[in-house]
Design a protein around this ligand. Structure first.
Ligand code: GDP
Ligand code: MG
Length: 171
């Protein structure tokens, strides 16, 4: 039997935007997950996407100030989720530079990417409008999701991860 395809996904974004919360939400809400303690913040996860078994390796990045580390993580990944926090404009402004770096590191390849505006439950202290998120995603030609790691009612978190897998598989 053919081995199920393996997809390496890395989650980027300013510290505090909710990367870890999103990854844990995705892994624990719908699926059984397994944490490999020898790989720091890397999770292995099996899912069925469009009736196809997919094995994901998910890297929850940290230590974002270290450029070499960041570039290493970018070289490792097949697909990327860039997260900002809708209540933190600064985190939104860090998206475009991250994407530029990704393009440089992955050149000449097209980079499978999904943009996520997290903490949508905090709408009352929002600093970035949904339209701004949509516009940025359109500029980057990628899918966009607003979601909440702590109140993921519509399943947008899983949808973002699954869409990224599809995007990787299309390339
Ligand atoms: P990371 O540094 O990007 O990995 O961020 P964390 O996952 O550690 O989250 C940073 C902080 O934001 C923590 O206090 C989380 O509880 C909080 N947080 C993460 N996601 C959400 C969310 O969707 N809504 C709210 N209200 N808080 C969140
Ligand atoms: Mg974290």
């Amino acid at each position: 039997m053919a081995k199920s395809p393996e997809v390496k996904l890395a989650v980027f974004g300013r510290a505090g935007v909710g990367k870890s919360a999103l990854v844990v939400r995705f892994l624990t809400r719908r699926f059984i997950w397994e944490y490999d303690p020898t790989l720091e913040s890397t999770y292995r996860h099996q899912a069925n996407i469009d009736d196809e078994a997919v094995t994901m390796e998910i890297l929850d990045t940290a230590g974002q100030d270290d450029l070499q580390l960041k570039e290493g993580h970018m070289r490792w990944g097949d697909g990327f989720i860039i997260v900002y926090d809708i209540t933190d404009r600064g985190s939104f402004e860090e998206v475009a530079p991250l994407r530029t770096l990704l393009e440089e590191v992955k050149k000449p390849k097209n980079v499978p990417l999904v943009l996520v505006g997290n903490k949508s439950d905090l709408d009352h202290i929002r600093q970035v409008s949904t339209e701004e998120g949509e516009r940025l995603a359109a500029e980057m030609a990628c899918a966009f999701y607003e979601c909440s790691a702590c109140a993921d009612e519509g399943g947008a978190v899983a949808e973002a991860f699954h869409e990224l897998c599809r995007e990787v598989r299309r390339r």
